[in-house]
Ligand binder design. Structure first.
Ligand code: F6P
Length: 356
């Protein structure tokens, strides 16, 4: 695809909002405008594409947004986009609007939409934006750092009151099925224990640890559990800790507070880098790619590869999916996934071993 055809691109945010999404949109807008390309902000994710709900974004429309949480482009659920009829509507609107490409900011669901559009001739580039850090092809997703810092701040507050009253607090953190927020914040808050869906959790060892620490005079205890654990796990664990250790134990679900707030420096910088990179890729005639962070560098991956790798990493790849892959490509995915699992296991081990 020739660089010169790029006159107008769209940008949208989709899936759960994440702090730093606005910074990514700002970077997309400013980079495109510098290259003489007009930008249209698509409202409410793919819904705005279907319903032609858009606005042209000039340089000043993205002033004072780098520091704002949420997404000023909004993000709505759009089941219709998943149907072929919805997709056809979206393609029609994209053509009417003269969109030469779209930057789609979100998680895996967003990239599936970007892939469908790319396959039908609308070049799309994804940017990883979700607090969960669960896009396996990327070491980092925009919003993760802010969410973790919010958790740390909240847990530090809980610890103050636990210390005053000699209590334990079991704290459930977000992450969907992924325990990245949990393991990292458990380490950073000096939690006594951490439970995640991906790995076995030894409740009895935790109880013993609390009993022993009590004998040393420890008064406050924090236990972090990821929301991926079975329903009611955190509440039941709190009851068990109280019954078996005689330490009064409360349960707290931090929930959506983790999704809001001003993005941290890390998220603003990552989002800005990814936004610029995404526009450059479009201008270079690329499509169907997702911008990711790997070993400190901003690079891109084929969306098809990224989505399949995600399945391999999460153990969700079906034999028929694997059969379609070049065996060498599959081997490479398994190797990468093993290394990523090992890193996660190491964090989990640390989260459960350095605090009493
Ligand atoms: O993906 C971000 C996230 O906040 C997850 O951590 C959580 O499981 C989910 O979204 C909550 O979704 P909703 O906002 O639709 O309740």
């Amino acid at each position: 695809m020739e660089k010169k055809i790029f006159k107008r691109i769209g940008v949208l945010t989709s899936g759960g909002d994440a702090p730093g999404m606005n910074a990514a949109v700002r970077s997309v807008v400013r980079t495109a405008l510098k290259n003489g390309v007009e930008v249209v902000g698509i409202k409410g994710g793919y819904r705005g594409l279907l319903e032609n709900d858009m606005q042209i974004l000039g340089p000043h429309d993205v002033s004072n947004v780098i520091n704002e949480g949420g997404t000023f482009l909004y993000t709505d659920r759009c089941l219709e986009f998943k149907e072929e009829s919805g997709m056809q509507k979206a393609l029609k609107v994209a053509a009417e609007q003269g969109l030469d490409g779209i930057v789609c900011i979100g998680g895996d669901g967003t990239f599936r939409g970007a892939q469908d559009l790319s396959r039908r001739g609308v070049p799309c580039i994804g940017i990883t934006g979700t607090i969960d850090n669960d896009v396996s092809s990327s070491d980092y997703t925009v919003g993760f750092d802010t969410a973790m810092n919010t958790v740390v701040e909240m847990v530090d507050r809980l610890r103050d009151t636990c210390e005053s009253h000699a209590r334990c607090n079991v704290v459930e953190v977000m992450g969907r099925d992924a325990g990245y927020i949990a393991v990292n914040t458990a380490i950073a808050t000096g939690a006594t224990g951490c439970a995640v869906k991906e790995l076995p959790f030894d409740e009895d060892a935790l109880i013993e640890k609390i009993k022993l620490a009590k004998t040393y005079g420890k008064r406050n205890f924090i236990v972090i559990v990821s929301e991926g654990m079975p329903d009611g796990f955190g509440e039941a664990l709190a009851k068990k800790i109280q019954a078996e250790t005689e330490v009064e134990t409360k349960f707290a679900r931090l929930a959506h507070v983790q999704r809001g707030g001003r993005p941290t420096l890390r998220d603003r910088v990552s989002a800005s880098k990814m936004g610029e990179h995404a526009v450059q890729l479009l201008l270079d005639g690329k499509s169907n790619l997702v911008v990711v962070e790997r070993e400190g560098k901003i690079v891109s991956r084929d969306i098809e590869w990224a989505l399949m790798y995600d399945k391999v990493y999460k153990g969700k790849a079906k034999p028929e999916d694997i059969a379609k892959l070049d065996p060498k490509v599959y081997e490479g995915m398994v190797e990468l996934a093993n290394a990523k699992h090992a890193e996660f296991e190491d964090l989990y081990r640390l989260a459960n071993s350095i605090s009493i």
